[in-house]
Design a protein around this ligand. Structure first.
Ligand SMILES: Nc1ncnc2c1ncn2[C@@H]1O[C@H](COP(=O)(O)OP(=O)(O)OP(=O)(O)O)[C@@H](O)[C@H]1O
Ligand SMILES: [Mg+2]
Length: 210
């Protein structure tokens, strides 16, 4: 089936800049997103940490690039993961995205963040981050949106994780999210949560917890 998000016959996402070269688009995307992420780090995006807030976060970060910024994807996705021998994470079905998102976000908001030591907070934050990420609500930009959204939430509940650690180790974070979510219908539970927990605990310990 043709991917309506791509320029025909290419693997380049249709974009507001009209760029048809994949490498150029990646570079432009990185520049715009870095700028928007800096803005959000200084001025948090207001909201109730519900599904609508998550959509607004994506819209803000990708507003310069994609017409569909802030809109959930209109197709199912499959991404081959080298660390899973080419298998894909079992991302949410497109029709389940709002329901799955509301559930994962409600669970995060209902955790007793004020009563946890650093280790327990790291376990719980990793679990919520990984569950929200597994939904992958958008055609592109899920990792940056989820990490930014969850870090802003963590600030709001006083965890103040060091965001630079996630940005500076983006490839590790993505692989750690894949490892956390490696649970399959047919192959069973192959998950390895420890990689994500390790960097989250570092980020919380190196932040300035209030
Ligand atoms: N938290 C982050 N802050 C800044 N840049 C990031 C962050 N996470 C990933 N990146 C960068 O964004 C680019 C795209 O990364 P990647 O494709 O893994 O994530 P995504 O596009 O946000 O999510 P996905 O492709 O899973 O929908 C990479 O260059 C990566 O280094
Ligand atoms: Mg991507």
């Amino acid at each position: 089936m043709p991917d309506i998000y791509l320029y025909e016959g290419t693997d380049v996402l249709k974009n507001l800049l009209g760029i048809r070269d994949g490498k150029l688009l990646n570079e432009a995307e990185a520049d715009y997103v870095t700028y928007r992420l800096k803005e959000i780090a200084i001025n948090p995006l207001p909201g109730a940490y519900d599904y609508d807030h998550l959509l607004q976060m994506h819209k803000y970060i990708f507003q310069d690039l994609y017409e569909w910024a802030g809109q959930q994807r209109k197709l199912n996705i499959f991404k081959e993961e080298p660390v899973l021998g080419g298998l894909s994470i079992d991302y949410s079905d497109m029709f389940d995205i709002p329901k799955d998102s509301e559930r994962a976000l409600r669970e995060m908001r209902n955790k007793p963040w004020g009563n946890m030591d650093t280790h327990e907070a790291a376990l719980q934050f990793s679990d919520s981050l990984a569950k929200i990420w597994r939904i992958h609500p958008f055609r592109e930009g899920n990792t940056r949106t989820t990490v930014t959204f969850c870090c802003q939430y963590a600030d709001a509940v006083g965890l103040n994780p060091n965001r630079n650690l996630f940005e500076d180790n983006a490839q590790y974070v993505r692989t750690a999210l894949v490892a956390y979510n490696a649970v399959f219908d047919d192959l069973g539970d192959k998950s390895k949560p420890e990689y994500l927990i390790r960097i989250v605990e570092d980020a919380i310990s190196r932040g300035n917890r209030s």
